[in-house]
Ligand binder design. Structure first.
Ligand code: DQQ
Length: 539
């Protein structure tokens, strides 16, 4: 299977075959993690006629058993597809799934499904509520752009609240509904959030995060120990943006600290190929976890050939940074169970223009953590203007011009001669009164194949003027690379489809193209074992 399927992942979640997109209804319930996902049971392309909820369960969020599809079109309210939605655990430990149905008129409506048998530990079968659909497009919302109910929460008055993504012309809206019994929902006439010129808001997620604590918290918490986060997937931009702010349930009001600007400065969960993310509170380990869809960047014909399309990122624990201004993310600790053979490099100087191969691990499936020791930041070149779109900076002409401090970093999924390589790098600038780090995942040389999309991704973040070291962690898995800069401050996911740098022919290098040398203070790289993806025998 390896040589026939060089791009199929070893430890990133995938169904056995066919098309997968958004993560749906992730939850932890009575000792079992559940992941549902948008799935086309019939093909490796999006099912315009029929999408269903695939369902898999796990004890550790890494090894999975695939079950039968959980929610499939059966009623007038979802006969043309079962689209995205979220889990809420109701009092009495009863999971409830609100999801979007494409109804008999191809309108988008919201439905409720609940487990048929709560004593089945895997919750294999789901029953639809007889009163479905529970919500139909309200006035001021297009009938075909009303979808993706969030996890519900209770306000101080005890009523349930849920938000739904919508559109009216160019206006993107987040619509709030309230309910006492989870069945009869009343729309709030004032949108919970709106953006003028974005088009539809998809997969909204809304939850509290602790101030000064990396633990997660249940969606209903509302007091002075937390801030709130609203995440929206904007379809036109195909990115997941988030806003940190203040939520007051008795006013039905969420006020973001920074107003939506529609520019590159907007905060994002990931600056690469990630969309339709969804979080859940894992009360087993008191953490909030993010799932996200990493779509393919090869052609649809390739997907049909491969027989599959779409991955989920490795679940990430996330929390509010000490500065209160952004979220920090880190792959869940359970992933480390898959670490096999380890290579370590300590205290090695990388002179200007040098490249060092990290030998002795399976470079096509690896987990790499590097801590770079930086030269004196005063030697960094000046960034002018000091506020510039990192995506512009990363364009070829900039990226190829070498700087003083950086670019330095990793070349992953690289061929021996490095003609194929995905380059994840840092470059430090003096900017205004402080310093900034530009992080890039450069796909332009990721494959000698011409038919794959090779967009590069970049983000820029402020660094402390006294910063002595900077860390980079990359999870490499055959056709995906998830990179975490500065301890999870900046995340970039990319897809790569090398022609030659696959399996045993994949290599990993550390490099420094800046004119100042940098030191590998510590590098640890592990071969990654294959995660288990089993199937239950079909009942
Ligand atoms: N995918 C689902 C929709 C959602 C979109 C359909 C986001 O519910 O808006 O598969 O990728």
């Amino acid at each position: 299977i390896n040589s026939e399927q060089p791009y199929r992942t070893w430890y990133h979640f995938q169904p056995l075959k066919n098309w997968m997109n958004d993560p749906n209804g992730p939850m932890y319930y009575k000792g079992v993690y559940h992941l549902f996902y948008q799935y086309n049971p019939d093909a490796a392309t999006f099912g315009h006629e029929k999408m269903v909820w695939g369902h898999s369960i796990s004890n550790d969020l890494i090894n999975w058993t695939h079950l039968n599809d959980a929610i499939v079109p059966t009623i007038p309210g979802d006969i043309n597809s079962c689209w995205s939605g979220s889990a809420t655990i109701l009092p009495g430990e009863k999971p409830a799934m609100l999801y979007t149905g494409i109804d008999q008129n191809r309108h988008q409506v919201q439905n409720l499904a609940m487990p048929k048998n709560l004593s089945d530990p895997y919750l294999r079968e789901w029953e639809k509520h007889p009163q479905n659909p529970l919500m139909t497009p309200p006035s001021g919302v297009e009938v075909g752009e009303f979808r993706d109910p969030s996890t519900a929460w209770q306000g101080k008055d005890g009523k349930w609240r849920v938000i739904i993504g919508a559109q009216n012309g160019d206006e993107g809206k987040i619509i709030l509904y309230k309910s006492e019994d989870f069945v009869k929902w009343i729309v709030d006439p004032i949108p919970f959030f709106a953006t003028d010129d974005t088009g539809v808001c998809e997969c909204p997620d809304f939850f509290p995060v602790y101030i000064n604590n990396t633990n997660g918290v249940d969606t209903t918490m509302e007091n002075s120990s937390v801030r709130h986060v609203l995440k929206i997937s904007y379809l036109r931009r195909r990115h997941d943006y988030y806003f940190i702010g203040k939520y007051v349930s008795d006013k039905e009001e969420f006020v973001p600290d920074v107003k939506y600007t529609g520019t590159w400065k907007e905060l994002r969960f990931d600056y690469g190929k990630v969309y339709a993310s969804k979080s859940f509170f894992d009360h087993a380990k008191n953490r909030r976890i993010l799932w996200a869809w990493a779509e393919e960047s090869d052609t649809s014909e390739d997907d049909i050939q491969k027989g599959w399309a779409g991955l989920q990122t490795i679940p990430r624990k996330f929390w509010l940074d000490k500065n209160g201004k952004q979220l920090m993310q880190w792959p869940i600790e359970e992933l480390e169970k898959l670490r096999g053979k380890q290579i370590n490099i300590t205290g090695e100087t990388l002179q200007s223009g040098s490249t060092l191969e990290v030998k002795g691990i399976t470079a096509s499936q690896a987990d790499v953590e590097v801590l770079f020791e930086l030269p004196n930041l005063q030697s960094a070149e000046l960034l002018e203007p000091s506020e510039v779109d990192p995506q512009e900076l990363c364009k070829e002409q900039y990226a190829s011009r070498n700087g003083m401090i950086g670019p330095f970093g990793l070349q992953a999924l690289a061929s021996k001669d490095q003609t194929e390589r995905t380059t994840i790098s840092f470059r430090i600038y003096r900017a205004g009164d402080g310093f900034k780090c530009l992080m890039i995942s450069d796909q332009t040389r990721s494959s000698l194949r011409e038919d794959v999309e090779k967009t590069s991704y970049a983000t820029i973040f402020d660094i402390d003027p006294n910063l002595k070291t900077i860390s980079l962690r990359s999870l490499i898995d055959r056709s995906i690379i998830e990179s975490f800069g500065d301890g999870g401050r900046a995340c970039i996911t990319s897809r790569a489809y090398p022609l030659f740098a696959t399996d045993k022919d994949a290599h990993l290098f550390v490099f420094n193209d800046g004119s100042q040398s940098v030191v590998i203070s510590q590098l640890n790289a592990w071969s990654m074992k294959q995660a288990q993806f089993g199937t239950e025998s079909i009942i």
